[in-house]
Design a protein around this ligand. Structure first.
Ligand code: DX5
Ligand code: ZN
Length: 239
């Protein structure tokens, strides 16, 4: 399998590292640190102050990250349909939208499926569908034809550093069962509440992509943390 989805799959299982708690005064060197360790995906949390209480960044920030890492854009925004093009134009490789955030989520996913990568015409964008901890997993079922990845949120979106909701790993296993029952090969991602203490268990539950922010950028030992979580997730660290 080629394309952007193939690139992502070739890295999995792996981690996608969020930069909300990175040193934003030195973001370039924080990204270089991830590269040096062998991390291949950077997670960009987009919050609009409506779907979730915080506000963070938008397309200019995504465009401004000049990095070879795959750009994994997590849209925590209401009604993302009209915003997709701007994130694609900004260089997004992966875009996840929330099932709770759009009245016509199927249409949003179809639109996402029609867009070409900004730097690699002919390649698509990896389509992710994110579910909050309180959302029934069955909402996924009618959408399985339109997604490449399901993102199970371990926390309610808003802030880094929250504790993972109990039941998150059970949800990961149930998603895998639902997809298998439908004959679909989709990636499963876990986002929120990942720590050095629970990352091995999350990988053991079958997560293909583990998103972590504060377990890496803790203000103390980011490089050692990144190396640890990448290896614990089952990813290949750089020597
Ligand atoms: C939830 C975001 C997460 C979050 C992860 O608001 O989608 O990506 O920033 O942060 P940690 O890994 O610190 O829980
Ligand atoms: Zn996220």
């Amino acid at each position: 399998m080629g394309g952007t989805l193939g690139r992502l799959r070739s890295l999995c299982p792996t981690v996608s590292v969020g930069t909300l708690t990175a040193d934003l005064m030195h973001l370039g060197s924080e990204l270089e640190l991830l590269e040096r360790v062998g991390v291949g995906v950077v997670h960009i949390d987009v919050m609009d102050g409506c779907f979730c209480p915080q506000m963070t960044v938008g397309p200019p920030y995504v465009m401004g990250l000049r990095t070879p890492l795959l750009k994994d854009v997590h849209l925590m925004v209401d009604e993302p349909l009209d915003k997709l093009d701007a994130y694609v134009a900004a260089g997004a490789d992966i875009i996840s939208v929330h099932v709770e955030a759009a009245v016509h989520i199927h249409r949003v996913l179809q639109r996402l499926g029609s867009l070409e990568h900004s730097e690699r015409p002919g390649e698509g964008i990896v389509r992710g569908l994110a579910l909050n901890p309180g959302t029934p997993l069955e909402w996924l079922v009618p959408l399985l034809d339109e997604i490449d990845m399901v993102s199970i949120l371990g926390i309610d979106p808003g802030w880094s550093g929250q504790s993972m909701a109990p039941g998150t790993l059970t949800r990961v296993k149930r998603v895998k069962d639902l997809a298998a029952a439908a004959g679909k090969d989709i990636l499963v991602c876990v986002d929120g509440g990942v720590t050095r203490a629970n990352v091995v268990e999350i990988a053991g539950a079958g997560a293909d992509l583990i998103v972590t922010g504060s377990a890496v950028f803790d203000g103390r030992a980011a490089e050692a943390n990144a190396r640890y979580v990448l290896a614990a997730a089952g990813g290949r660290t750089a020597s």
